[in-house]
Design a protein around this ligand. Structure first.
Ligand code: KG4
Ligand code: ZN
Length: 309
């Protein structure tokens, strides 16, 4: 990776308690050219040195995706470079290749982001089998909603991660959902509701809430389920490697618990550095590289697909 410039909009959206799609797209338009300029400068290259343009075209917020897709098409057209559309979630998985040079398929990927919670068997570059998925909220979404409920605000995941370090993860017993007949599917709306009920109960009884205990106990409930299902899926599929991906993969409790469970099960574990876990350009470049090598080329009619399968 020669450069990986991130222009975060967190400060802007914090004011509203979450991402405001219209503001996000406007800010993308303002920022995209300066970010590309910085990326080229830091890498010490010009657009002429680039072999191919990788861009994510989904899934995600359509307004934000469109800015990137339009920009990538413009550069590809102006510089006559190949255009390679990339699946956002495949990008998260491929973030693992950046620093773990020895990682190659097959392996099991646990994808945990703000919009996705998937257990995926990665059979080859670009070849996936979905083993399990969430039935309702994504793991990151649950973190964000619980953070809001205990007054931590946006973005919830990192704030819960931090506060949980001061709390007791066994103070409150929140539910770990099991899904009848679908061993590897997830559900996080139950644990989220349990936290809300707990908070309401405390308020009605006039009991002061220990927010650090709530954060730690909620996080523990989510982590237990993620780790348990990922390790048991790897065992059942006979895979000896698990890669964790997506924004929630930067969660310190998840990383520690995964490490311990994988060590005990004799499974090799990898996860990207935190900066490559949350949305970033390097992960799209990584997946774009494998797509490019496999011959993927997109035409200038490439469009953003918010719900890309
Ligand atoms: O992958 P990502 O950057 O964007 C999506 O594609 O969704 O993931 C963002 C999600 C948010 O829900 C955020 O709260 C969560 O990842 N997240 C975390 C942590 N850092 C980010 N969740 C738990 N612990 C963290 N340290
Ligand atoms: Zn993402």
């Amino acid at each position: 990776i020669l450069s990986n410039i991130i222009n975060s909009q967190i400060a802007i959206h914090t004011e509203y308690g979450g991402v405001v799609p219209e503001i996000a797209s406007r800010k993308h338009i303002e920022n995209i050219n300066p970010v590309i300029r910085m990326a080229l400068d830091e890498a010490g290259v010009t657009l002429d040195d680039i072999d191919a343009i990788g861009v994510t075209y989904g899934p995600g917020l359509v307004g934000a995706l469109l800015v990137g897709v339009a920009e990538a098409k413009a550069i590809a057209f102006a510089k006559n470079k190949p255009l390679v559309g990339v699946h956002h979630i495949e990008g998260h998985i491929s973030a693992n290749y950046v620093e773990n040079k020895e990682l190659e398929p097959p392996f099991v990927a646990l994808v945990v982001s703000g919009g996705h919670t998937h257990l995926v068997k990665v059979n080859d570059y670009g070849e996936y089998e979905i083993v399990g998925r969430t039935r309702d909220d994504a793991a990151g979404e649950a973190f964000d909603k619980v953070a809001r409920a205990i007054g931590l605000g946006y973005p919830g995941g990192p704030k819960i991660d931090k506060l949980a370090k001061e709390g007791n993860p066994h103070a409150i017993e929140f539910p770990r959902a099991k899904i009848e007949g679908c061993e590897y599917d997830f559900s996080f709306s139950g644990v989220k509701s349990a936290v809300l009920n707990y908070l309401n109960g405390c308020e009605m009884k006039g009991i002061e809430v220990n927010r650090a205990d709530v954060a730690a106990s909620f996080q523990q409930a989510v982590v237990d389920v993620l780790v348990g299902k990922a390790v048991s899926a790897a065992g059942k599929l006979g895979e000896k490697r698990i890669a964790v991906a997506g924004g929630v993969a930067s969660n310190s409790a998840l990383r520690a618990a995964m490490k311990q469970a994988c060590d005990e099960a004799g499974i090799a574990l990898c996860y990207p550095s935190p900066i490559f876990c949350t949305d970033n350009a390097a992960m799209i470049a990584s997946q774009g590289y494998y797509e490019y090598m496999a011959g993927t080329r997109h035409d200038l009619d490439l469009n953003a697909i918010p719900n890309l399968k």
